[in-house]
Design a protein around this ligand. Structure first.
Ligand code: ADP
Ligand code: MG
Ligand code: MG
Ligand code: MG
Length: 386
Protein backbone atom coordinates (compact mmCIF):
# COMPACT_ATOMS: atom_id res chain seq x y z
CA UNK A 1 0.00 0.00 0.00
CA UNK A 2 1.51 3.29 -1.08
CA UNK A 3 1.64 6.11 1.44
CA UNK A 4 0.21 9.03 -0.47
CA UNK A 5 1.88 12.29 0.52
CA UNK A 6 -0.18 15.36 1.31
CA UNK A 7 1.36 18.85 1.48
CA UNK A 8 1.41 18.64 5.30
CA UNK A 9 3.53 15.46 5.15
CA UNK A 10 6.17 16.63 2.71
CA UNK A 11 8.48 18.61 5.00
CA UNK A 12 8.76 15.76 7.54
CA UNK A 13 9.23 13.35 4.66
CA UNK A 14 12.20 15.37 3.38
CA UNK A 15 13.71 15.63 6.86
CA UNK A 16 13.35 11.87 7.31
CA UNK A 17 15.25 11.31 4.05
CA UNK A 18 17.97 13.83 4.96
CA UNK A 19 16.89 16.12 2.15
CA UNK A 20 15.88 18.98 4.43
CA UNK A 21 16.62 20.29 7.92
CA UNK A 22 15.01 22.91 10.10
CA UNK A 23 11.70 24.37 9.06
CA UNK A 24 10.06 25.24 5.79
CA UNK A 25 6.82 25.52 3.85
CA UNK A 26 5.29 23.28 1.23
CA UNK A 27 2.87 24.03 -1.57
CA UNK A 28 1.45 21.90 -4.34
CA UNK A 29 2.53 23.02 -7.82
CA UNK A 30 1.44 20.14 -10.06
CA UNK A 31 -1.39 20.67 -12.48
CA UNK A 32 -3.06 17.60 -11.01
CA UNK A 33 -3.35 15.57 -14.20
CA UNK A 34 -1.39 12.38 -13.66
CA UNK A 35 0.71 12.93 -10.55
CA UNK A 36 1.41 15.26 -7.66
CA UNK A 37 4.26 17.75 -7.47
CA UNK A 38 5.13 19.63 -4.27
CA UNK A 39 7.52 22.48 -3.76
CA UNK A 40 9.38 22.59 -0.43
CA UNK A 41 10.88 25.95 0.49
CA UNK A 42 13.21 26.12 3.51
CA UNK A 43 12.84 29.10 5.83
CA UNK A 44 16.61 29.52 5.62
CA UNK A 45 17.10 31.37 2.32
CA UNK A 46 20.63 29.95 2.01
CA UNK A 47 19.23 26.43 1.56
CA UNK A 48 17.92 25.60 -1.93
CA UNK A 49 14.28 24.57 -2.32
CA UNK A 50 13.38 21.23 -3.91
CA UNK A 51 10.44 19.64 -5.69
CA UNK A 52 8.94 16.26 -4.77
CA UNK A 53 6.95 14.33 -7.38
CA UNK A 54 4.86 11.35 -6.35
CA UNK A 55 2.79 9.00 -8.49
CA UNK A 56 -0.32 7.90 -6.63
CA UNK A 57 -1.55 4.38 -7.51
CA UNK A 58 -4.21 5.99 -9.70
CA UNK A 59 -4.52 8.77 -12.27
CA UNK A 60 -4.53 11.89 -10.11
CA UNK A 61 -7.23 13.70 -12.10
CA UNK A 62 -9.62 10.72 -11.99
CA UNK A 63 -8.94 9.40 -8.48
CA UNK A 64 -8.86 5.90 -6.92
CA UNK A 65 -11.53 4.59 -9.32
CA UNK A 66 -8.92 4.84 -12.12
CA UNK A 67 -5.97 2.79 -10.88
CA UNK A 68 -2.60 3.09 -12.58
CA UNK A 69 0.71 1.60 -11.49
CA UNK A 70 2.76 4.08 -9.42
CA UNK A 71 5.90 2.48 -10.90
CA UNK A 72 5.75 5.28 -13.44
CA UNK A 73 7.48 7.59 -10.95
CA UNK A 74 10.46 5.23 -10.80
CA UNK A 75 10.56 4.89 -14.57
CA UNK A 76 10.56 8.69 -14.75
CA UNK A 77 13.34 9.10 -12.18
CA UNK A 78 15.47 6.46 -13.93
CA UNK A 79 14.90 8.11 -17.31
CA UNK A 80 15.85 11.51 -15.88
CA UNK A 81 19.10 10.03 -14.60
CA UNK A 82 19.88 8.56 -18.02
CA UNK A 83 19.03 11.89 -19.67
CA UNK A 84 21.31 13.64 -17.18
CA UNK A 85 24.16 11.36 -18.20
CA UNK A 86 23.96 12.39 -21.87
CA UNK A 87 22.17 15.73 -21.82
CA UNK A 88 22.86 17.29 -18.40
CA UNK A 89 22.26 20.80 -19.70
CA UNK A 90 18.56 20.23 -20.42
CA UNK A 91 17.82 17.77 -17.60
CA UNK A 92 16.75 18.62 -14.04
CA UNK A 93 18.88 17.10 -11.30
CA UNK A 94 17.32 14.17 -9.44
CA UNK A 95 18.43 14.29 -5.80
CA UNK A 96 16.67 11.23 -4.36
CA UNK A 97 14.55 8.30 -5.50
CA UNK A 98 12.13 6.59 -3.08
CA UNK A 99 11.21 3.15 -4.39
CA UNK A 100 8.81 2.47 -1.51
CA UNK A 101 6.72 5.57 -1.94
CA UNK A 102 7.07 5.88 -5.71
CA UNK A 103 8.37 9.41 -5.31
CA UNK A 104 11.47 11.32 -6.23
CA UNK A 105 13.00 14.65 -5.28
CA UNK A 106 14.45 16.97 -7.87
CA UNK A 107 15.80 20.44 -8.35
CA UNK A 108 13.28 23.28 -7.99
CA UNK A 109 12.35 24.67 -11.40
CA UNK A 110 9.70 27.08 -10.20
CA UNK A 111 11.62 30.04 -11.62
CA UNK A 112 10.88 28.57 -15.06
CA UNK A 113 7.59 28.47 -17.01
CA UNK A 114 6.02 25.56 -18.85
CA UNK A 115 6.70 26.15 -22.56
CA UNK A 116 3.04 25.84 -23.56
CA UNK A 117 2.09 28.54 -21.03
CA UNK A 118 4.95 30.80 -22.13
CA UNK A 119 4.00 30.49 -25.81
CA UNK A 120 0.31 31.05 -25.02
CA UNK A 121 1.34 34.33 -23.39
CA UNK A 122 3.17 35.34 -26.54
CA UNK A 123 6.76 34.54 -25.55
CA UNK A 124 9.38 34.02 -28.24
CA UNK A 125 10.55 30.43 -28.67
CA UNK A 126 14.23 31.45 -28.91
CA UNK A 127 16.63 28.54 -28.68
CA UNK A 128 14.13 26.16 -27.08
CA UNK A 129 13.64 23.92 -30.10
CA UNK A 130 17.37 23.59 -30.67
CA UNK A 131 17.90 22.67 -27.00
CA UNK A 132 15.19 20.01 -27.23
CA UNK A 133 16.72 18.70 -30.47
CA UNK A 134 20.11 18.47 -28.79
CA UNK A 135 18.69 16.53 -25.85
CA UNK A 136 16.81 14.10 -28.07
CA UNK A 137 19.83 13.70 -30.34
CA UNK A 138 22.30 13.06 -27.54
CA UNK A 139 20.08 10.67 -25.57
CA UNK A 140 18.95 8.70 -28.61
CA UNK A 141 22.44 8.41 -30.08
CA UNK A 142 23.88 7.17 -26.79
CA UNK A 143 21.16 4.54 -26.38
CA UNK A 144 20.99 3.42 -30.03
CA UNK A 145 22.88 0.64 -31.83
CA UNK A 146 25.43 3.29 -32.77
CA UNK A 147 26.05 4.55 -29.25
CA UNK A 148 25.62 1.53 -26.98
CA UNK A 149 27.08 -1.99 -27.07
CA UNK A 150 24.55 -4.81 -27.58
CA UNK A 151 24.85 -5.92 -23.97
CA UNK A 152 24.28 -2.40 -22.68
CA UNK A 153 21.24 -2.09 -24.93
CA UNK A 154 19.85 -5.39 -23.69
CA UNK A 155 20.09 -4.01 -20.12
CA UNK A 156 18.50 -0.75 -21.17
CA UNK A 157 15.62 -2.59 -22.86
CA UNK A 158 15.01 -4.70 -19.76
CA UNK A 159 15.06 -1.62 -17.51
CA UNK A 160 12.80 0.47 -19.71
CA UNK A 161 9.74 -1.72 -20.03
CA UNK A 162 6.72 0.56 -19.63
CA UNK A 163 3.69 -1.58 -20.46
CA UNK A 164 0.87 0.49 -18.92
CA UNK A 165 1.90 3.78 -20.40
CA UNK A 166 2.56 2.15 -23.77
CA UNK A 167 -1.12 1.16 -23.72
CA UNK A 168 -2.13 4.72 -22.85
CA UNK A 169 -0.22 6.07 -25.87
CA UNK A 170 -1.63 3.43 -28.20
CA UNK A 171 -5.14 4.32 -27.12
CA UNK A 172 -5.13 8.09 -26.69
CA UNK A 173 -2.59 9.12 -29.33
CA UNK A 174 -2.59 6.33 -31.90
CA UNK A 175 -6.08 4.89 -31.52
CA UNK A 176 -9.18 6.68 -30.27
CA UNK A 177 -8.75 9.96 -32.21
CA UNK A 178 -9.05 7.94 -35.44
CA UNK A 179 -12.28 6.12 -34.58
CA UNK A 180 -15.53 6.96 -32.82
CA UNK A 181 -14.60 6.64 -29.14
CA UNK A 182 -16.21 7.60 -25.86
CA UNK A 183 -13.89 10.40 -24.75
CA UNK A 184 -13.28 12.03 -28.13
CA UNK A 185 -14.52 15.52 -28.80
CA UNK A 186 -14.05 18.15 -31.49
CA UNK A 187 -15.23 21.66 -32.29
CA UNK A 188 -18.67 21.29 -33.94
CA UNK A 189 -17.46 23.10 -37.08
CA UNK A 190 -15.01 20.23 -37.63
CA UNK A 191 -17.49 17.34 -37.73
CA UNK A 192 -17.20 16.87 -41.47
CA UNK A 193 -13.41 17.15 -41.59
CA UNK A 194 -13.05 14.70 -38.72
CA UNK A 195 -15.38 12.23 -40.45
CA UNK A 196 -13.39 12.56 -43.70
CA UNK A 197 -10.17 11.87 -41.87
CA UNK A 198 -11.55 8.81 -40.08
CA UNK A 199 -12.96 7.40 -43.31
CA UNK A 200 -9.82 7.98 -45.40
CA UNK A 201 -8.24 4.57 -46.18
CA UNK A 202 -4.83 6.21 -46.68
CA UNK A 203 -5.03 7.57 -43.11
CA UNK A 204 -5.81 4.07 -41.82
CA UNK A 205 -2.70 2.61 -43.44
CA UNK A 206 -0.41 5.39 -42.21
CA UNK A 207 -1.87 5.09 -38.74
CA UNK A 208 -1.28 1.34 -38.81
CA UNK A 209 2.33 1.96 -39.85
CA UNK A 210 2.82 4.34 -36.90
CA UNK A 211 1.17 1.94 -34.46
CA UNK A 212 3.45 -0.81 -35.70
CA UNK A 213 6.50 1.46 -35.36
CA UNK A 214 5.43 2.41 -31.84
CA UNK A 215 4.97 -1.23 -30.86
CA UNK A 216 8.00 -2.75 -32.50
CA UNK A 217 10.71 -0.20 -33.13
CA UNK A 218 13.34 -0.25 -30.38
CA UNK A 219 15.62 2.45 -31.75
CA UNK A 220 16.60 4.27 -28.57
CA UNK A 221 15.44 5.55 -25.19
CA UNK A 222 12.70 8.07 -25.87
CA UNK A 223 10.91 10.48 -23.53
CA UNK A 224 7.51 9.34 -24.77
CA UNK A 225 5.48 12.45 -23.84
CA UNK A 226 7.58 15.31 -25.17
CA UNK A 227 4.91 17.93 -25.83
CA UNK A 228 5.21 21.59 -24.84
CA UNK A 229 3.86 20.78 -21.36
CA UNK A 230 6.99 18.71 -20.70
CA UNK A 231 9.43 21.54 -21.38
CA UNK A 232 10.17 24.38 -18.97
CA UNK A 233 11.84 27.60 -20.07
CA UNK A 234 13.20 30.75 -18.49
CA UNK A 235 16.26 32.89 -17.95
CA UNK A 236 19.01 32.42 -15.36
CA UNK A 237 21.91 34.84 -15.10
CA UNK A 238 20.85 36.43 -18.36
CA UNK A 239 21.04 33.13 -20.26
CA UNK A 240 18.09 31.18 -21.66
CA UNK A 241 17.39 27.96 -19.73
CA UNK A 242 15.52 24.93 -21.08
CA UNK A 243 14.66 21.84 -19.01
CA UNK A 244 12.82 18.74 -20.17
CA UNK A 245 10.61 17.23 -17.45
CA UNK A 246 8.11 14.41 -16.98
CA UNK A 247 9.52 11.38 -18.85
CA UNK A 248 7.17 8.95 -17.06
CA UNK A 249 6.27 7.47 -20.47
CA UNK A 250 9.93 6.78 -21.28
CA UNK A 251 10.60 3.59 -23.20
CA UNK A 252 12.87 2.19 -25.85
CA UNK A 253 10.99 3.14 -28.98
CA UNK A 254 10.97 5.11 -32.23
CA UNK A 255 12.97 8.34 -32.06
CA UNK A 256 10.43 10.12 -34.25
CA UNK A 257 7.90 9.91 -31.42
CA UNK A 258 9.79 12.53 -29.39
CA UNK A 259 10.64 14.86 -32.26
CA UNK A 260 7.14 14.51 -33.70
CA UNK A 261 5.24 15.27 -30.49
CA UNK A 262 7.39 18.32 -29.81
CA UNK A 263 7.19 19.52 -33.40
CA UNK A 264 3.40 19.19 -33.54
CA UNK A 265 2.97 21.28 -30.41
CA UNK A 266 5.25 23.98 -31.82
CA UNK A 267 3.13 24.00 -34.97
CA UNK A 268 -0.01 24.32 -32.84
CA UNK A 269 1.53 27.23 -30.93
CA UNK A 270 2.46 28.85 -34.24
CA UNK A 271 -1.09 28.47 -35.55
CA UNK A 272 -2.50 29.87 -32.32
CA UNK A 273 -0.34 32.97 -32.31
CA UNK A 274 0.36 33.22 -36.08
CA UNK A 275 4.04 33.27 -35.23
CA UNK A 276 6.30 32.12 -38.07
CA UNK A 277 9.38 32.22 -35.80
CA UNK A 278 7.94 29.23 -33.97
CA UNK A 279 7.80 27.36 -37.27
CA UNK A 280 11.33 28.41 -38.23
CA UNK A 281 12.55 26.92 -34.94
CA UNK A 282 11.65 23.44 -36.24
CA UNK A 283 14.66 23.67 -38.51
CA UNK A 284 16.72 24.37 -35.37
CA UNK A 285 15.19 21.30 -33.71
CA UNK A 286 16.13 19.09 -36.63
CA UNK A 287 19.61 20.57 -37.13
CA UNK A 288 20.50 20.21 -33.45
CA UNK A 289 19.22 16.64 -33.43
CA UNK A 290 21.34 15.75 -36.47
CA UNK A 291 24.36 17.61 -35.06
CA UNK A 292 24.22 15.48 -31.90
CA UNK A 293 24.18 12.30 -33.99
CA UNK A 294 27.07 13.53 -36.18
CA UNK A 295 28.96 14.49 -33.02
CA UNK A 296 28.74 10.98 -31.63
CA UNK A 297 29.20 9.28 -34.99
CA UNK A 298 33.06 9.07 -35.06
CA UNK A 299 32.91 7.17 -31.74
CA UNK A 300 30.14 4.75 -32.75
CA UNK A 301 30.43 1.31 -31.17
CA UNK A 302 29.76 -0.56 -34.41
CA UNK A 303 32.26 0.24 -37.17
CA UNK A 304 30.11 -1.65 -39.68
CA UNK A 305 27.51 1.10 -39.46
CA UNK A 306 28.60 3.25 -42.39
CA UNK A 307 27.88 6.81 -43.47
CA UNK A 308 25.27 5.58 -45.93
CA UNK A 309 23.34 4.02 -43.08
CA UNK A 310 23.51 7.24 -41.03
CA UNK A 311 22.05 9.22 -43.92
CA UNK A 312 19.27 6.69 -44.41
CA UNK A 313 18.60 6.49 -40.67
CA UNK A 314 18.25 10.27 -40.26
CA UNK A 315 15.87 10.40 -43.22
CA UNK A 316 13.77 7.65 -41.68
CA UNK A 317 13.69 9.44 -38.33
CA UNK A 318 12.44 12.60 -40.05
CA UNK A 319 9.79 10.60 -41.90
CA UNK A 320 8.66 8.99 -38.62
CA UNK A 321 8.70 12.39 -36.87
CA UNK A 322 6.28 13.85 -39.41
CA UNK A 323 3.97 10.86 -38.93
CA UNK A 324 3.93 11.13 -35.14
CA UNK A 325 3.53 14.90 -35.44
CA UNK A 326 0.48 14.36 -37.63
CA UNK A 327 -1.25 12.03 -35.16
CA UNK A 328 -0.47 14.47 -32.34
CA UNK A 329 -2.16 17.27 -34.32
CA UNK A 330 -5.21 15.07 -34.84
CA UNK A 331 -5.31 14.06 -31.18
CA UNK A 332 -5.27 17.68 -29.98
CA UNK A 333 -8.36 18.57 -32.03
CA UNK A 334 -10.32 15.31 -32.31
CA UNK A 335 -9.21 13.14 -29.39
CA UNK A 336 -9.45 13.21 -25.61
CA UNK A 337 -6.49 15.44 -24.66
CA UNK A 338 -7.17 18.89 -26.00
CA UNK A 339 -4.68 21.54 -24.86
CA UNK A 340 -4.89 25.14 -23.71
CA UNK A 341 -3.16 26.60 -26.78
CA UNK A 342 -6.21 25.94 -28.94
CA UNK A 343 -8.88 25.75 -26.22
CA UNK A 344 -8.22 29.21 -24.75
CA UNK A 345 -8.72 30.98 -28.09
CA UNK A 346 -11.96 33.00 -28.19
CA UNK A 347 -13.08 30.65 -30.98
CA UNK A 348 -10.93 27.51 -31.23
CA UNK A 349 -12.70 26.51 -34.49
CA UNK A 350 -10.57 28.14 -37.21
CA UNK A 351 -7.16 27.33 -35.67
CA UNK A 352 -8.29 23.78 -34.93
CA UNK A 353 -9.35 23.38 -38.55
CA UNK A 354 -5.88 24.43 -39.71
CA UNK A 355 -4.21 21.96 -37.32
CA UNK A 356 -6.54 19.12 -38.34
CA UNK A 357 -6.05 19.86 -42.03
CA UNK A 358 -2.30 19.83 -41.64
CA UNK A 359 -2.41 16.59 -39.64
CA UNK A 360 -4.51 14.94 -42.35
CA UNK A 361 -2.27 16.25 -45.12
CA UNK A 362 0.91 15.09 -43.41
CA UNK A 363 -0.50 11.68 -42.62
CA UNK A 364 -1.23 10.89 -46.23
CA UNK A 365 1.63 12.84 -47.83
CA UNK A 366 4.60 13.22 -45.52
CA UNK A 367 6.94 13.03 -48.51
CA UNK A 368 6.23 16.70 -49.35
CA UNK A 369 8.56 17.56 -46.46
CA UNK A 370 11.27 15.18 -47.59
CA UNK A 371 12.56 12.30 -45.57
CA UNK A 372 11.38 9.29 -47.51
CA UNK A 373 14.23 8.77 -49.93
CA UNK A 374 14.84 12.54 -49.96
CA UNK A 375 16.49 15.22 -47.93
CA UNK A 376 14.54 16.20 -44.78
CA UNK A 377 12.98 19.60 -45.40
CA UNK A 378 11.76 21.34 -42.22
CA UNK A 379 11.19 24.53 -44.22
CA UNK A 380 8.68 22.78 -46.46
CA UNK A 381 6.77 21.97 -43.30
CA UNK A 382 6.77 25.62 -42.27
CA UNK A 383 5.49 26.58 -45.75
CA UNK A 384 2.72 24.01 -45.50
CA UNK A 385 1.40 25.79 -42.40
CA UNK A 386 1.72 29.40 -43.48
P1 ADP B 1 2.50 15.18 -14.55
O1 ADP B 1 3.17 13.86 -14.78
O2 ADP B 1 1.41 15.11 -13.55
O3 ADP B 1 2.08 15.82 -15.85
P2 ADP B 1 4.74 17.09 -14.49
O4 ADP B 1 6.07 16.49 -14.25
O5 ADP B 1 4.41 17.46 -15.89
O6 ADP B 1 3.60 16.12 -13.88
O7 ADP B 1 4.59 18.35 -13.54
C1 ADP B 1 3.36 19.04 -13.43
C2 ADP B 1 3.64 20.52 -13.21
O8 ADP B 1 4.34 20.69 -11.98
C3 ADP B 1 4.53 21.12 -14.27
O9 ADP B 1 3.77 21.58 -15.35
C4 ADP B 1 5.21 22.25 -13.53
O10 ADP B 1 4.36 23.38 -13.50
C5 ADP B 1 5.32 21.71 -12.12
N1 ADP B 1 6.65 21.11 -11.89
C6 ADP B 1 7.08 19.90 -12.26
N2 ADP B 1 8.35 19.68 -11.88
C7 ADP B 1 8.74 20.79 -11.24
C8 ADP B 1 9.97 21.20 -10.58
N3 ADP B 1 11.04 20.40 -10.54
N4 ADP B 1 10.01 22.42 -10.02
C9 ADP B 1 8.92 23.24 -10.07
N5 ADP B 1 7.76 22.92 -10.65
C10 ADP B 1 7.66 21.71 -11.23
MG1 MG C 1 21.22 19.40 -15.24
MG1 MG D 1 3.38 13.13 -16.76
MG1 MG E 1 3.23 16.58 -17.37
Amino acid sequence: MTVVLEPDDVWAYLVERNLAAGTGTVREVGDGNMNRVFLAIPDDPAVPSVAVKQAPPWIQKLGPSSPMSPERALIEARALRTFAEYAPKQTPDVLDVDEERFAFTMEDLSDLTVLRTALNRGAAIGTTSAEVGELVGRVTFATSVAGAEPRERADLLARSVNPLLAEVTLQYLLGDPFVEAEHNSNHPSLDGAVRNLREDPAVRTELATLRAAFGSSAQALVHGDLHSGSVMVGVRNGEPVVRVIDPEFAMVGPIGLDLGLYLANVVIAAVRSRNTDHLASIEGLWDAFCAAWRDGWPDRVDPLLDDGWLLRHLRNVWHDSLGFAAVEMVRRVAGYSHASDLETLPDPGPASAVVLGLGHRLLVDRGVCGGEGGRPDPRALAHLVS
